[in-house]
Design a protein around this ligand. Structure first.
Ligand code: ATP
Ligand code: MG
Length: 435
């Protein structure tokens, strides 16, 4: 029997996790500046949470869910996105209560699951870092959060990014727009793709989002959602634009942009990369406002705003730009051992060195000394210690700085002393200068 990973999933080996750890840490640093705190939630939830939360007519729920019945016959699903779970936790843990600072700002980082056709940048298990803000309709939150997304990408030196925004308006505006859109699309019914025909009455806004070429042609001349915003939504959108201008954050407006999830209102946005090396027009971050979702999931009326960054696509983008990821596991020292009789002493030495904070590896598998030196080189060790029968007898060890090739002997007593770190650093200085 030959086992294989499931289609659309990936194994992350250390050279990859090294990049991911770096990217995640950098993003999390930025999130903390904006006072976001981490929340960790179950990877599976009740199917109904996503069906009601994300929306029955969304592709995610109608086609892409990994849902199943467990042995207790509960209908469950692997989470396809993060927001529904965070909203569920917000309600269940009564975070709306007065003892919690408002707005509540949470972020999450983890795997999401969608049954999609796998291709580059589109996986069945993929990863998102997302943020959610609860408790304010202040347009400054829309702007601050979109700005945060852009700042994250800027911190990696990614250029060629567009912030694309739109407003879907509040419920009243959307009902008016929905009618107008249906009236516009109905005469084109026969020309629409099968998917769009089905959506026309159930969820006509989704037709705007169709990837079908002919659908795109038709929706080009559709009425704009912005013309149907009522006074409150118009004001909100105007303020968002003014504040973006004030922060000098460039943006484009795409009135045909809707989102893949049904819960949004007012401001929605995507961050799109135009990098030709990467395949232009790829969305790496998307989000918006969802003022009705908390209530829909059983909580009190609570406005929300959030986004999610696709980490696979971000890492791919950095790779395409030849981004230099720092190596997060630089080896400080490697211990070359010569002869079985030094095995136990080597064990003690690595233990000591690690106590002083050094990253240390040693020989275990019985290679010849020459091959051990090559290993140390390959692992990029700064220092190689060599311990053989002679050294053991004399209670010292050879220390070589690979950068200069200079070497010295240090006493095992020094290695085992409390001020080893100072001795070690002094020796490194000498070996650097070749004294
Ligand atoms: P798309 O239009 O590309 O299908 P989406 O609208 O379904 O994206 P969201 O649900 O808004 O995407 O998720 C936000 C981000 O998560 C996307 O911009 C993308 O970077 C990433 N993402 C979404 N689906 C996948 C997937 N199947 N594989 C990898 N990344 C994904
Ligand atoms: Mg999708």
């Amino acid at each position: 029997m030959k086992y294989q990973k499931i289609r659309g999933t990936a194994d992350f080996l250390p050279e990859v996790t090294n990049k991911w750890q770096y990217v995640e840490a950098k993003i999390e640093d930025m999130l903390k500046k904006y006072y976001f705190q981490e929340i960790r939630l179950p990877i599976f939830e009740q199917f109904e949470l996503f069906a009601r939360g994300v929306g029955e007519t969304s592709d995610i729920v109608s086609k892409e869910m990994y849902d199943f019945h467990d042995k207790g016959d509960r209908h469950l699903a692997l989470r396809p996105e993060g927001t529904a779970g965070v909203v569920r936790a917000y309600v269940e843990n009564k975070i709306f209560g007065p003892e919690h600072h408002k707005p509540v700002k949470y972020y999450y980082n983890g795997p999401m699951f969608r049954f999609e056709r796998p291709q580059s940048g589109r996986m069945r298990q993929f990863h998102q870092i997302g943020v959610e803000v609860y408790g304010t309709t202040n347009p400054a939150i829309d702007v601050e959060t979109m700005h945060l997304a852009m700042e994250i990408f800027k911190s990696f030196g990614i250029k060629d990014l567009s912030l694309v925004i739109n407003s879907l308006g509040n419920t009243e505006s959307r009902i008016a727009y929905r009618e107008a859109l249906i009236a516009y699309l109905e005469p084109h019914f026969d020309e629409l793709s099968e998917d769009s025909q089905q959506r026309l009455h159930k969820n006509p806004l989704r037709v705007l989002d169709s990837k079908d070429r002919k659908d795109k042609e038709i929706v080009k001349d559709a009425p704009s959602v912005l013309e149907y915003l009522d006074e409150a939504s118009t004001k909100h959108f105007e303020e968002v634009k003014e504040m973006l201008d004030y922060l000098e954050v460039p943006y484009e407006i795409d009135t045909n942009m809707v989102r893949g999830l049904d819960y949004y209102n007012d401001t929605i946005f995507e961050v799109i990369t135009n990098d030709p090396d990467f395949g232009a027009n790829t969305t790496i971050c998307a989000g918006g406002r969802y003022d009705g979702l908390v209530e829909q999931v059983g909580g009190p009326e609570t406005p929300g705003f959030g986004f999610a960054i696709g980490l696979e696509r971000l890492v791919m983008l950095l790779e395409a730009a030849n981004f230099e990821f720092p190596n997060l596991t630089e080896l400080d020292a490697f211990i070359v051992t010569i002869g079985d009789e030094v095995n136990t002493e080597a064990l003690k030495i690595v233990t000591e060195l690690r106590k002083h904070g050094l990253i240390v590896e040693r020989e275990f598998v019985g290679r010849k000394p020459g091959s051990q030196f090559k290993t140390a080189d390959k692992l990029n060790a700064k220092v190689v210690f060599t311990l053989g029968g002679m050294e053991l007898e004399n209670r010292n060890i050879n220390m070589k700085l690979l950068e200069t090739g200079n070497q010295t002997k240090i006493q095992l007593d020094d290695i085992y002393s409390d001020n080893f770190k100072e001795i070690y650093e002094a020796e490194i200085k000498k070996l650097m200068s070749g004294e």
